[in-house]
Design a protein around this ligand. Structure first.
Ligand code: PLP
Length: 399
């Protein structure tokens, strides 16, 4: 047998972290890495955060799991915090980002199809956008035009049409009698930290209002304080109908949520949806600890301030290496450095030779996603490593 016990779907690298300390990861052999990847925008309180640990420890010792057949004081508490701090009136908890998007897709379809006696079964199509990433389940890969994720998993699910990202006319051209709504990342993450424009997001909102469609946002990566507001939509001056959230929401504890207005959730009635683990007390305890830490103006202002500082310095820095770097984009502490050369080998170089963890993304972009609790020391260390990395980098010869 040559297959590995872990199904070999990830090209895993040689870094094998066994411990986390604030903004650093420590490898099996003791090597320390500066973690500006945060488990891909997950560990927003860094590693071994005391408040988060004790919330999880206490809940684990009290009640870890019960069925959704019972009342959930723990779920009600976190749902209320999300309702109080966002556009949402109601919340469904999931175990991952893809499931949060799945729930969002079902909610958008059910809005039309389960609207009492008036249900319109023909409304099922969501218009999505080129180079989107919504997860790895059948519905969420079907929602993306990235055929590399479709390969070997045919047939795709029906009901998705792909428009150009940040191009309102292209979205408009795909609208028809089957359109149920739009599904969009306000800032594409995997696609290369590409923020949608104000006009585009407001244009989608206007189209949705005009045609009674659902505006569904995938904020799995950009949500939960990452961009300097609790959710990114706040910076676009719009109110969504449905939002999928996950990654940062548990600070490392795996869970997600689908947020919706009362109107948008009208089709999600008794028996229409469910999850065995979704919203279990342990996840809810982690979520409450994260919300208590981040959902306040002081914390959000600190993310904006550090994001601005990091970005300004990055913009100055890339000027020293015009052959490597093109520009910096993103919002808050969700930043991307678009490179003029392939970004992946440079990301590997930073990791293997300078112990700096970042994340590669589409469009030759290097993602800079530090824990939101970084301080001056981590920012200094980041620039030391990045400068040394750029200075020692030899652009690989094309194969
Ligand atoms: C990571 C991600 C997902 C999928 O989340 P999982 O927890 O991996 O299922 C969906 N949408 C976006 C925008 C993401 O970044």
């Amino acid at each position: 047998m040559s297959i590995t016990p872990l199904m070999p779907v990830y090209p895993r690298c040689g870094v094998r972290p066994v411990r986390g300390e604030h903004c650093h990861l420590i490898d099996e052999d003791g090597t320390r890495y500066l973690d500006f990847a945060s488990g891909i925008a997950v560990n927003l309180l860094g590693h071994s955060h005391e408040g988060l640990i004790s919330a999880i420890q206490e809940q684990a010792a009290t009640l870890m799991h019960v069925s959704n057949l019972y009342g959930s004081p723990q779920g009600e508490k976190l749902a209320q915090k999300l309702v109080d701090n966002t556009f949402a009136d109601t919340v469904f908890f999931t175990n991952s980002g893809a499931e949060a998007v799945e729930t969002a897709i079902k909610t958008a379809r059910a809005y039309h199809q389960n609207a009492g006696d008036e249900g319109d079964k023909d409304k099922y199509e969501l218009i999505t956008f080129a180079n989107a990433f919504h997860g790895r389940t059948m519905a969420t890969i079907s929602a993306s035009n990235q055929t590399k994720m479709h390969h070997g998993f045919s047939p795709m699910l029906e009901g998705f049409k792909y428009a150009e990202f940040d191009d309102l006319e292209s979205a408009k051209a795909l609208m028809g009698p089957n359109t149920a709504g739009f599904l969009v990342e306000p800032i594409q993450g995997e696609g290369g930290i590409r923020p949608a424009s104000q006009e585009f997001m407001q244009g989608l909102r206007a189209l949705a209002d005009e045609h009674d469609l659902m505006l569904v946002l995938d904020e799995v990566q950009c949500g939960v304080a990452r961009t300097g507001t609790l959710y990114a939509y706040e910076q676009y001056g719009i109110t969504p109908d449905i939002v999928a959230t996950a990654k940062g929401i548990g600070g490392g504890f795996p869970f997600g949520a689908c947020l919706a207005t009362e109107k948008a959730a009208r089709g999600m009635t008794f028996g229409t949806h469910g999850s065995t683990y979704g919203g279990n007390p342990l996840a809810m305890a982690a979520g409450c600890a994260v919300m208590d830490a981040v959902a306040n103006e002081e914390f959000l202002a600190s993310v904006r301030e550090k994001g601005d500082r990091l970005r300004t310095r990055l913009e100055q820095f890339i000027g020293n290496y015009p052959e490597l770097f093109e520009l910096v984009r993103g919002k808050g502490l969700m930043l991307g450095i678009k490179m003029k050369v392939e970004s992946r080998p440079f990301f590997v170089h930073l990791r293997d030779h300078h112990q700096l963890l970042t994340v590669a993304a589409g469009d030759n972009t290097l993602r800079v996603l530090p824990p939101l609790v970084i301080g001056d020391a981590e920012i200094e260390e980041f620039f030391e490593k990045l400068s040394a990395g750029a200075a020692s980098y030899k652009i690989p010869e094309p194969a």
